[in-house]
Design a protein around this ligand. Sequence first.
Ligand code: NAP
Length: 328
Amino acid sequence: MVLARRPSGMADHETVRLEEHDVPKPGPGEALVQVRYLSIDPTIRTWMNDAPGYMSPIALGEVVRGGGIGEVVHSNCARYRPGDLVFGMTGWQDYVVADEGSGAMQLIPPGIEPGLALSVFGVTGMTAYFGIIDVGRITKDDTVVVSGAAGATGSVAGQIARIKGARRVVGIAGTPAKCAWLVDELGFDAAIDYRREDVAQSLRRLCPEGIDLYYDNVGGAILEACLGQLALHGRVVLCGAISLYNESSVPPGPRNISNLIIKRARMEGFLVLDYVPRFAEAQLDMATWVAEGKVKHAEHVVEGLEHSLDALNLLFTGANTGKVIVRI
Ligand code: NAP
């Protein structure tokens, strides 16, 4: 699936094009990987823009960039053996060549389910972990609010806040069913349905002493509402701004940014890429929490490479609960 046209607003079927090419032939020191699962991440939409970012834009005519898991089907090197599962930037395609020298494709330890490798042990789980613990510096006294709370990152962020003994964990999500899942299954103390409630009013009710730690996955109006309810010395972790990724002109705001001054608060953005050297320490904790049933996760699986764009758009319509994965 290659980028055919730069999208304006939500990507549509003119944005990507299915092309057929010969299966690549691995050279010496290389292996052929058949891609089995794609990790569908909101950031892929930002790479489709011709705009400066933390990575270069996807070029027109280039395979859509994205993470995935594949199986080694042929190998000319010692590092990868047929049958091994590997994770890396596979792109939206059936086959990719792994180069032993670059080590860009990581071996997945046997026994780890692909769905877990792409979620709690993968980018979204690691983002939740380092965002809450390292950037957010969570403490036991914290009232924590998480937006995008029923998504892959937010659902794990809220559960980690719970594990770390936060006083209160409130999720913000877009449907009654998602809100019920957060409270009934994941142990959030409360949830706000931002499509049906006045978020600022609900925050005043649910966090009367203010928000100590706000984990922001969405930006925009919800960020503004949370800034308006910050506690003294509150912390705002800027993880993502999904409400803005389809906007060609981003509206000004948040209008109440000066509340950071009044509340002597701190707001900090981060990229999980900077934490790659520390993934192993987080994965150990995650493995324990998953085994103990303290971190639960959900997957939303879409079948077929040709439906990758539909899968990406689920993230923006909110039709997913948990990690969106394409199974090829
Ligand atoms: P996700 O949360 O599984 O899916 C996205 C969710 O966002 C949707 O389910 C939808 O749920 C919500 N959403 C979509 N449009 C919205 C809007 N206009 N207002 C409010 N909510 C909206 O996706 P994810 O992969 O875990 O990513 C979550 C966030 O983390 C994204 O912003 C992503 O860019 C960011 N992220 C950052 C890093 C980093 O290194 N900083 C790494 C990974 C991900 P509702 O039904 O609740 O609307």
